[in-house]
Structures are given as structure tokens and as C-alpha cells.
Design a protein around this ligand. Structure first.
Ligand SMILES: [Zn+2]
Length: 344
């Protein structure tokens, strides 16, 4: 085993839909007679971003549509969750936060509650198999479905929170999807609901929008972590703010080049974030779509960082995890304007 493989890792940004192993999707498609092509090899091309397809967010998002054919059913959802967690465990991930948009799993009639509890059932089954793993779920609202749906999801997420049920449950709230045309500032109420209900807050921001999207996410929504945050490097004042308030950036190296959030050939923003003393975590985003895993992401970063640096990043990321520790919520790390909540 290499040093990277041996190192225990923390994964704070991984989507369920983009991380279902090809084998598992293929098996479930065959079982239900839902396979659009005849071989697993052909299916793999539809699920994994191919050479020449990099650089555009829409081409990247297109890879998410086939998994949805099978993840509309309770048992299938539970099954894919267990397989994703097992794969992370093999990468020596010992703290894993999965994230998932319940509403895009309700097309076959599952209620919102069932779309969440099917995931939690998989997480809790996996916890029995891997007792040395800490696990939790972040509920995602999709930006293009608008602020009202986001509020409904925030309420539903609270009802399944780890905080209430004292077992692996929902730990956080997130907003994802196209940033352009769906500004963060419109989602303030859903974030206020989630926070009042004891959920921690992260958000996809600065992936296909400028630094303003990140300002709104921290100032108006009160997010304490930012997914991607790539455009923050354009704004020195923002970099200072992120460092001062200890707002962690969930960095997804491979995915950022594939979606065009970072131009191919340009240095990755994680290096700028580290120079400015901003907390970061190393994340996969989507292990299947991006054809990556925790070992690969860390291996790539060894070009600029030492093994000790990487281990330090993971150790630090653990402090920013939303998973409750020994039954107690972890501390929030950032003070936000307009928030009088005491972070204990
Ligand atoms: Zn993401």
C-alpha cells in the first residue's frame, strides 16, 4: 500500500447520484430490464465522463440521468448507498458525508420522507458493516426548482436529522445545480429554516458564478462551508474573509477541470486557498462520473503537497465535519452576519 492509500481520509463532498459504481448500476438495470445498451462497457461510457467531454458543466450533468432510472425505488436506493460507502471504506475513508437531492428520487411515487429514509437505511446498514466509520447525509435542494421547494426540503430534512434520531441521519443542508439565474440570496428562508432546525449549512457556490455568489452564501445564507468556491481567487477581500471566519472550501480537483470551473492548464484554486490560510478539504464530488476516488485525488495533489500536508488537511477537515460526534453536534466554525446563534 502506498502512503496515500494507508492514510485515513475524510470525505465531505460526495454526491450519491454521481458515485454509484458502474457495476451496481448495470446490475440493477439488467435486473429491472432498464438497460439502454447491451453491454456494461457501453453503459460505462454513458455513466463516466469520457475524453473530449471535459470542460462543460452541462455535458458533465448529462451523466446523471441514467442512474435516476434505477434510484426511484426504495430498496435500490438503500442498496446503492451501501455500495458507495463500501467503496469509500476501501479507500480508507473513515468519515464520509454523502449528499443527495431527495426530490429527483420521487418520480416513481416515493414520498419525500421515503426518499430520505431509504438513504438513511443504507447508511445505517453500512454503519453495522463498518463500525469504525462516521457517516451522515446532507440534503440538497436544487436551485432551478426555486426557493419554495427548497423550504419544503429544509423542513423535511430536519425531520430526519441525526440530531433528532440519535443515529446516522441528516446532518446538513446544501443548494446545488446551475448558479446562473438562480442566485443564492433568494434561498435565505430555506437556510434559516435548516439552521433553526439544527442542521449545518454548506452550498455549491463559485463553481459557475463569480465571487458575489460566495459572498451571498456566507453573508445572507450563513453557510459555514462552500462547495468548490473556485471563483473566490478573483477577490482578495473574499479570500481574507474566508480565512478570518474559518470557512472551509470543499475542493474537488478532478471535477473542477471536468466541469470547466477551472480552465484546463490553470493551477487549481486549492493552492491559493492554502497560501491564504483558508481551511480546505479534499473531495471527490462524483467518483463514477469523474472516474476518481479519494486515493486518486490525494495522489494528484502530491505533485504540490507532501504526504504530511495531506494528512494535516484530512485531520483538519474532520473538525469541520457536520457529523455529530459521540452524540453531540460538532461546533460550527464561522460567525455569520445577522446570526446571533451561539455555536456550542
Ligand atoms: Zn458537488
Amino acid at each position: 500500500m502506498t502512503g496515500v492509500e494507508k492514510m485515513q481520509k475524510v470525505e465531505l463532498h460526495q454526491h450519491v447520484d454521481g458515485s454509484i459504481p458502474v457495476d451496481v448500476t448495470w446490475r440493477l438495470m439488467k435486473k429491472h430490464g432498464l438497460h439502454p445498451v447491451e453491454t456494461k462497457k457501453e453503459m460505462e461510457k454513458l455513466l463516466v465522463l469520457q475524453e473530449g467531454e471535459e470542460g462543460a458543466l452541462l455535458r458533465y450533468l448529462d451523466k446523471f440521468h441514467y442512474p435516476q432510472w434505477i434510484t426511484q425505488f426504495y430498496d435500490n436506493i438503500t442498496f446503492v448507498i451501501e455500495s458507495i460507502i463500501a467503496e469509500a471504506y476501501d479507500n480508507n475513508v473513515r468519515l464520509l458525508e454523502l449528499r443527495y437531492a431527495p426530490i429527483i428520487h420521487s418520480f416513481a411515487g416515493l414520498t419525500l420522507r421515503q426518499t430520505i429514509s431509504s438513504v438513511l437505511s443504507g447508511i445505517n446498514k453500512a454503519k453495522k458493516r463498518f463500525p469504525d466509520m462516521e457517516l451522515g447525509l446532507i440534503v440538497i435542494a436544487m436551485r432551478h426548482q426555486g426557493p419554495h421547494i427548497a423550504k419544503i426540503l429544509a423542513r423535511q430534512a430536519i425531520s430526519e436529522s441525526q440530531f433528532l434520531h440519535q443515529r446516522a441521519g441528516v446532518i446538513g443542508f446544501d443548494l446545488a445545480g446551475a448558479e446562473r439565474g438562480n442566485p443564492a440570496r433568494l434561498f435565505g428562508e430555506s437556510y434559516a429554516i435548516a439552521r433553526a432546525g439544527g442542521l449545518h449549512l454548506t452550498i455549491h457556490a463559485g463553481e459557475d458564478e463569480g465571487p458575489q455568489a460566495i459572498w451571498e452564501s456566507i453573508d445572507i445564507l450563513g453557510a459555514t462551508r462552500i462547495g468548490h468556491g473556485c471563483s473566490a481567487i478573483q477577490d482578495k477581500t473574499l479570500l481574507k474573509r474566508l480565512a478570518k471566519d474559518r470557512i472551509l472550501i470543499e475542493c474537488c480537483y478532478t471535477s473542477n477541470y471536468q466541469t470547466g470551473a477551472v480552465k484546463i492548464g490553470a493551477p487549481h484554486p486549492i493552492l491559493t486557498f492554502l497560501e491564504h490560510g483558508i481551511p480546505v478539504s479534499i473531495c471527490t464530488d462524483n467518483t463514477t462520473v469523474s472516474a476518481t476516488d479519494q486515493n486518486k485525488e490525494n495522489q494528484i495533489l502530491l505533485q504540490w503537497l507532501s504526504l504530511t500536508d495531506l494528512a494535516e488537511i484530512h485531520k483538519n477537515a474532520e473538525k469541520y465535519s457536520f457529523v455529530h460526534h459521540n452524540g453531540k453536534p460538532r461546533a460550527l466554525h464561522a460567525k455569520t452576519r445577522g446570526s446571533k446563534r451561539k455555536n456550542t
